[in-house]
Design a protein around this ligand. Structure first.
Ligand code: CA
Length: 369
């Protein structure tokens, strides 16, 4: 206390002197900024991804670097890959209890905590990346997500999107819905519920464990992300057929979750930096995937002989039918999930109408010769 009072007195004296010497208040505050010791806040970012994993892990790195740089080093964020500090699927609890201040992952991993959380990553046959961003930022989605995470002491932020994913890797052809029966497939979230209802067995396995699980036969099939990421994991070495489209994840959002106490303790400018860094990461990741997926797909097909297959219309239409039932049933599980689902559904139906005559019409027009 004594030191603080002495320092305040010195500043007052210095200001007076500056004014007396023909300086002004502005000069005095410049002097203050230049000389006051900088307080550095250090945050740990735990992630559900292997460290530096292309797109996802590097997306987390991007956000940490953006926060550190934009804050001029006042808020330093250090990234930990899955299992470095906590396991991939322990990220939610770790940030919730404050072991780490921030986490990067996907909200559908936490459906055991909240059924509603699944809707903020991906909804089968739901919205794509562009539409999800519209719902979250301008359609009330973010506010609902905040409401869902609030009881856990977490602040959610949208911090990435992979764009439309691939349907997954199989070792046999899928010619009818019967072919899914009994298949043990890594497929998380609502897509997993649909897959189970279609006769398969959905298993939640973090990214880093997919390859060994396919090798040992613990899994018969898997979806992960898309060519960019699936090539990085070498999934073409453990499965023959690569199916599209990714009906289960049409535009999945990646999340950054912040411990609410840690967030509230930040000054307003650092809070703004964290929020804007998440938005920048969101945009950057989608651009990264758009650029890399195409390149990786060519490598998979041309260099590794991967067999590309489209799900038959009959399979897709059955999965779409099951999805509609699953969404209704999941939503009915608790009031907040119902509220989230209603908001999602309303935005979805409106944006579909607009995109039918804009994005979709354009993509079709581009294909015509
Ligand atoms: Ca996926």
């Amino acid at each position: 206390m004594k030191v603080t009072r002495l320092r305040a007195l010195m500043w007052a004296l210095l200001s007076t002197l500056l004014v007396a010497c023909g300086g002004n208040q502005e000069a005095s505050s410049v002097a203050k900024t230049a000389q006051q010791p900088q307080q550095v806040i250090k945050w740990k970012m735990v992630t559900t991804w292997p460290k530096n994993f292309p797109g996802l892990g590097t997306g987390a790195n991007y956000m940490a670097k953006a926060i550190t740089e934009m804050s001029g080093g006042r808020l330093e964020v250090k990234v930990y890959g899955a299992n470095e500090l906590v396991g991939a699927l322990e990220v939610f609890d770790a940030v919730s209890r404050g072991t780490a201040e921030i986490g990067h992952g996907a909200s559908y991993y936490w459906k055991g905590k909240s059924v509603a959380a699944q809707f903020f990553t991906a909804v089968p046959f739901g919205m794509n990346a562009q539409e999800m961003a519209g719902w979250l930022y301008y359609g009330g989605g973010m506010e609902l997500w905040e409401e869902v995470y609030e009881p856990f002491g977490l602040v959610p932020l949208a911090a990435g999107n992979t764009g439309t994913q691939m349907g997954g890797w199989f070792n046999k052809e899928i010619n009818s819905i019967e072919d899914l029966k009994g298949l043990k497939m890594r497929i998380p979230g609502l897509g997993g519920e649909v897959f189970s209802r279609a006769g398969g067995v959905s298993v939640l396995v973090p990214g880093g464990e997919i390859f060994p699980s396919m090798q040992t036969g613990a899994l018969d099939a898997t979806e992960w992300v898309g060519p960019y990421n699936d090539l990085a994991f070498g999934l073409h070495k453990v499965a023959k057929y690569y199916y599209y489209p990714g009906w289960q994840e049409p535009g999945p959002i990646l999340e950054a979750m912040v411990n609410k106490q840690a967030f509230d303790a930040l000054p307003a400018d650092l809070q703004a930096i964290v929020r804007e860094a998440a938005k920048a990461t969101h945009m950057d990741m989608l651009a990264n995937y758009t650029a890399e997926n195409n390149r990786a797909l060519r490598t998979l097909v041309n260099e590794h002989g991967v067999q590309l297959r489209k799900f038959p219309d009959e399979v897709i239409s059955k999965l779409r039918e099951i999805s509609a039932q699953v969404l209704e049933e999941e939503a009915a599980k608790d009031p907040i999930t119902q509220k989230v689902y209603e908001s999602f559904k309303a935005f979805n139906s409106q944006v579909v109408e607009w995109h039918r005559i804009s994005e979709k019409a354009y993509l079709e027009a581009r294909e015509e010769d």
